[in-house]
Design a protein around this ligand. Structure first.
Ligand code: N01
Length: 547
């Protein structure tokens, strides 16, 4: 009988899953299907992860919905109807909830529950997780499905507490929505979130001031209602299209692979090709115009300049247009934004752009904001579209350690170390879905989630079949992989940008290029080969468990 003085007996699981977003839900489905006892823990009051939290005006996926959806059930992908080319946040959340119901996933999700620590008890061969409510969970395996962009970050501005108006972060948006009608609004940040919300807020607000530190490249989304013929033909070939997507670097099908360098064609031909891609909309198509846009600076310059000229031609005020035209990074090396009327918004009389690179924000005041140069702005509301502690933030917030003395925060002190982005040496039986060192964030995310979870499920299946109880990467395999990830990144233009891929948006965060940019196709083949060679690089053991 449990001793009442020590609270309820710990819950005993085969697999504890951290997160109830797209990754957590698919993990439940896949692992439960193997007969394992699983449960996911989700801090939010609903499932959906990023799509549960990011409810800011204009929030929408920048990958087409027919691609950005689960592929594991052909019935699901055939039956679900996406109303628009790019799904809105409410539509995607509706879809995720539908999946949770359809596959009866909710019974294994515990909402309103944050995991605060995960300790590996080496003798028992178990992870012991603690929740913010004091509950204890014991599980042989732990799957971290906590998201890459799930730790919102408000910069440490002096005076924020004194602000008399209301302030919001894009990633923690109030569920009831925000009405900016008649208000003087300031938006800080011009990444994907800022670029999506600015045109919508501008329509409501009395006046909108955008505080831009770095101009970002944005391409037109060319969103619209789903064309029936497009949907029909896509669905007719769905499984083949998914397979074709898995054979591409971004896990997105339907774009002819480029064959030429941007420098191998005439100026006219190149500009015509960029123009066609610009008219078509979407970011993959544009970056796929030539083979070398992400590896050759000279080639990239042609693509960057084409977009800069577009921006200059769309924005009437010359100075504003020039400020909006990015010059500090090659196009595509920061997450390329997709927009609907972003640049045109700056032609509205109620919208102003402030360059906080040359004159940084000094402090938030009672009435608004003041820059170091002494400019003051009176604001009724401030929106922080300032991003996230990306890729490592969610795991670093959890106290992950082992009884053998390993501490994840220490292990990642100089930047994240993983093998394949899937596991860390010294942390047995803990898997990460689309972690640093994997290509996840550089791909159609759901394809990566499915690939990772399938790999993890197969690995656990292999262990059970062969009687292994413990797996972890060797320190050497981990070091080699990190080295490989860096080498691949260094062969591209990505490191030239100060991006969240590099941890550059968080003061003090180690500058390490985190995603694997060798491509989804190459990565998947590598993961499959590792498994086929008996999990090469991993140490598998049959531990005698002391219960
Ligand atoms: O965040 P970001 P995000 N003073 O980090 C600025 C995904 N996503 O939420 O570049 C002034 O990109 C910062 O300036 P700088 C997508 O993967 C997808 O927009 O650091 N400014 C930057 O402009 C995306 O990449 C979708 O100089 C400050 C902005 O805030 C990722 O999420 C939609 C500042 C942050 O941009 C993150 O996007 C939305 C300061 N102190 C998000 N600190 C779609 O699918 C930061 N900034 C479409």
């Amino acid at each position: 009988m449990p001793d009442a003085s020590h609270g309820p007996a710990p819950r005993q699981l085969d697999v504890a899953i951290v997160g109830g977003g797209l990754a957590g839900l698919y993990s439940i489905h896949r692992l439960r299907g193997m007969g394992l006892k699983v449960r996911a823990y989700e801090a939010g009051s609903g499932v959906g992860g990023t799509w549960f939290w990011n409810r800011y005006p204009g929030a929408r996926c920048d990958v087409e919905s027919l691609e950005y959806s689960y592929s594991f059930s052909n019935e699901l992908q055939q039956e679900w109807k996406w109303p628009e080319r790019y799904g809105t946040q409410p539509e995607i959340l509706k879809y995720i909830n539908h999946v949770a119901d359809r596959f009866d996933l909710r019974r294994d999700v515990q909402l309103n529950t944050r995991i605060v620590s995960a300790h590996f008890d080496s003798k028992a061969g178990e992870w012991i997780l603690k929740t913010d409510g004091g509950e204890e969970i014991r599980a042989r395996y732990c799957v971290m499905a906590a998201g890459n962009l799930s730790t919102p970050r408000v910069p440490d501005f002096k005076g924020l507490q004194s602000f008399k108006g209301k302030w919001y972060h894009s990633g923690l948006w109030p569920h009831e929505g925000v009405d900016f009608t008649g208000l003087r609004v300031g938006v800080i940040g011009t990444g994907s979130s800022g670029v999506q919300m600015i045109p919508i807020i501008a329509q409501q607000a009395k006046h909108l001031t955008v505080f831009q530190r770095t101009a970002n490249f944005s391409l037109p989304a060319r969103n619209g209602p789903m064309e029936p013929e497009r949907e029909r033909s896509h669905k007719a070939e769905y499984p083949a299209r998914r397979a074709a997507a898995a054979d591409t670097p971004f896990a997105i099908a339907g774009h002819a692979k480029p064959t030429k360098s941007a420098l191998d064609v005439s100026d006219d031909e190149r500009n015509q090709s960029y123009e066609a891609k610009w008219q078509e909309g979407g970011s993959i198509s544009y970056l796929y115009a030539y083979t070398d846009l992400l590896v050759n600076k000279q080639s990239n310059d042609t693509a960057s300049e084409f977009v800069r000229n577009k921006i200059r031609s769309m924005v009437k005020d010359k100075r504003t247009g020039e400020l909006l035209a990015p010059k500090d990074h090659p196009i595509g090396t920061k997450r390329l934004c997709l927009d609907t009327n972003y640049y045109e918004t700056y032609n509205r009389p109620n919208v102003g752009l402030v360059d906080v690179r040359s004159d940084p924000i000094a402090q938030i005041t009672e009435a608004g904001l003041r820059t170091e140069g002494g400019q003051t702005f009176e604001l009724d509301a401030i929106v922080f579209a300032t991003g996230f502690d990306a890729m490592t933030g969610a795991l670093r917030e959890i106290d992950v350690r082992t009884s053998d003395g390993a501490i994840l925060r220490d292990h990642w002190e100089g930047g994240p170390l993983t093998y394949l982005g899937l596991m860390m040496s010294g942390f047995p039986n803990m898997f990460v879905v689309t972690g640093p060192g994997s290509p996840g964030v550089k791909t159609q995310m759901i394809a990566s989630i499915e690939q990772h979870v399938d790999w993890i499920a197969d690995c656990i299946g292999h262990m059970r079949k062969e009687g292994f109880s413990r797996i972890e990467p060797s320190p050497q395999a981990e070091m080699d992989w990190v080295h490989h990830v860096n080498k691949v990144a260094d062969s591209t233009l990505y490191p030239l940008a100060n991006s969240w891929y590099m941890g550059a948006n968080i003061p003090g965060k180690p500058r390490v290029f985190m995603p694997y940019v060798g491509g989804f196709d190459r990565y998947k083949r590598h993961c499959d080969a590792v498994a086929a060679k008996g999990y090469e690089g991993f140490e598998l053991s049959r531990q005698k468990v002391i219960a």
